[in-house]
Design a protein around this ligand. Sequence first.
Ligand code: 1HE
Length: 257
Amino acid sequence: MTSKDVQLEIHDAVAVVRLTRPAKRNALSDGLILAVRKMFEEMPASVRAIVLDGEGEHFCAGLDLSELKERDAGAGMHHSRMWHAALEAVQYGPAPVIAALHGAVVGGGLELASACHIRVADESTFYALPEGSRGIFVGGGGAVRIPRLIGAARMVDMMLTGRVYNAQDGEKIGLAQYLVPQGTAFDKAMELAKRVATNAPLTNYALMHALPRIAEQPADQGFLTEALMAAIAQSAPEAKSRVKDFLEGRASKVKKA
Ligand code: 1HE
């Protein structure tokens, strides 16, 4: 499954998917984006959490601009749909994905990070959507996912003016949930992934597959979907044994932050 530009390592229940094209700042060629899709679709069943990392000084420089060709409207649409399928394989894949961000998280790199469930950024991280200045538009699902993280107004500003957010401001506006010292994003992402991997698989499934859809539903439909998901999750034997463990003093308590 490992290819020249994207590699897979398995550490017990945690998989590490790493973009390994640092000479080109992990720019996403068609081959690379297809390899990411295949890797997520063929992930071993034992994997319970995934860390997405980029080798070198930058997480990802976005679309490989050297492959940007004159495409007619139909071919352009199919190219964008190919990205959509790959990033859906990340978002709705086998396990929650924690992105370890550093350096440039730009263009399609931000679209890829937005498809992940948790983003951990170190202090070197910066975010931009240079599509505006390249005369193009987002095409990897960014128009759907990025406004849900930061609001449409901020995304419009980033694309119209070329605004770059640094790591601190990016965390404040919701581009990342965690901000950590430079050079520690991968370690923090691994720590979180190991914790995520201990959850009941059905709970993680509900968070990945039901919650984002419930959030998009009108309230009355959302309440019903929530009730159905809650009923399915709590009827699983694992939920019953976890609750019993707590009631009998064997499970950890919630500690004050
Ligand atoms: C690339 C790319 C790329 C670097 N495609 N080759 N994305 C962008 O518009 C961002 C373009 N890249 C940059 O602004 C900078 O490269 C970085 C800020 C990311 C990094 O800067 P730096 O100084 O560390 O590296 P560099 O010297 O600019 O780049 C090193 C090499 O990577 C160089 O190639 P070389 O053969 O001269 O060594 C660069 O040409 C190459 N490189 N980024 C191709 N993106 C689904 S639609 C999504 C639409 C988009 O993503 S548009 C935004 C594209």
